[in-house]
Design a protein around this ligand. Structure first.
Ligand code: AHR
Length: 348
């Protein structure tokens, strides 16, 4: 019997996103430490019979098309998904594809999951646009799509739910933290994430709008993509420093780029965290280490440990239950003055 695509209800009881004030902390749920077990490749033939509607005892078969391995945050998200699957092999089967940051590979993986008649497809879209056709193919096959951590610019009817953070709010919060750190004035630079990714577009929108609206004496003198990687963050920061010797702050759309920028600042003979302050997004261990060392100033958390919620939501969809259209993550903000106190409790 064909699975039915479930039209999810609009967020009637949305989980509140609480970006707390500077110095507050809302730790993410702890990641399991169990080792990852066997994960089938996207292309592998389906081992089991297609799921049926009375398949209460059958495994939940999920295909997940991951972006790649561009950052520590991404690795933590992958670990969270794979660890959950490895710990629930009696009830869950995961088909995992690493798209190496290419949309064409993600589309190929989704088509393969449709071929294999999985119960639910999960996707972290590398960019926002270009998904309509393949999402429609999944819908025609009766397979619901869960967007994990990044959004896609498609009609809401084409996916079941989005699980993730409010990137615009993250950008706004980062702007407030930056303004506080530099006393409301000065020239700053911005390291953007992957061009076309919702995480980059929205973090830029939130930050730039907040600065323009409330901080007339802060000037963003340069803004360029570093593709969410440490190497490109460093490279772009080197060129920023050459053309803008008088900057007082750097806002990076993720911690990895901030860590690259810190290397560039040091190599330029300046003190990161003092001569040039940093505000970034994610909350990975590396930025906490940099804050403890006095080389970074603030990170706005974005929880990557979405594996358990992802599989619970997929199970609901398979069982015909309704889910909220946007399940928002609850994140915190961490500054260097509390970094040493919380670093050991960080789960990623
Ligand atoms: O989509 C989330 C973003 O993707 C993270 O902030 C970044 O580190 C990752 O690459």
């Amino acid at each position: 019997m064909k699975k039915r695509f479930l039209s999810s209800i609009l967020c009637a009881a949305m989980v509140a996103a609480s970006i707390a004030g500077c110095g507050s902390a809302a730790p993410a749920p702890a990641a399991s430490e169990a080792p990852a077990a066997t994960i089938e490749e996207a292309e592998a033939p389906k081992a089991e019979a297609p799921a049926t509607e009375d398949a209460g005892s059958e495994k939940l078969v999920v295909g997940f098309a991951q972006i790649g391995q561009e950052s520590g945050w991404r690795d933590a998200e992958t670990m969270s998904i794979q660890t959950y699957a490895a710990e629930h092999t009696d009830t869950v089967e995961l088909k995992f594809a690493d798209a190496q940051q290419k949309q064409e590979n993600q589309i190929k993986a989704i088509k393969s999951f449709i071929e294999q008649d999985v119960d639910v497809i999960g996707l972290a879209p590398v960019v926002e646009t270009g998904w309509d056709q393949v999402f429609a193919e999944a819908q025609d096959a009766g397979i619901p799509i869960i967007l994990l951590d990044r959004t896609a610019d498609v009609d809401e009817s084409l996916y079941a739910t989005f699980i993730g953070s409010d990137f615009i709010e993250e950008g706004k919060e980062a702007a407030k933290q930056m303004a506080e750190l530099i006393g409301g004035k000065g020239k700053i630079v911005e390291l953007e994430g992957t061009v076309g990714a919702s995480a980059a577009t929205d973090r830029k929108t939130g930050f730039d709008e907040e600065i323009a609206a409330n901080y007339p004496d802060i000037e963003i003198v340069a803004s360029q993509t570093g593709d969410f990687t440490r190497a490109q963050g460093k490279e772009v920061m080197e060129s920023f420093l050459k053309s803008n010797p008088d900057i007082v702050g750097v806002y990076a759309h993720n911690d990895d780029m901030a860590l690259g920028a810190i290397e560039a600042i040091k190599e330029a003979g300046l003190k990161p965290g003092e001569d040039i302050v940093t505000v970034s997004v994610d909350g990975v261990k590396g930025i906490f280490e940099a804050m403890v060392a006095g080389e970074a100033n603030c990170t706005v958390e974005c929880n990557p440990l979405l594996g358990p919620l992802f599989f619970e939501t997929a199970a609901k969809l398979k069982n015909g239950e309704s889910v909220e259209k946007w399940v928002k993550s609850v994140d915190g903000v961490f500054t260097s003055d509390i970094a040493a106190d919380v670093i050991d409790s960080r789960a990623y």
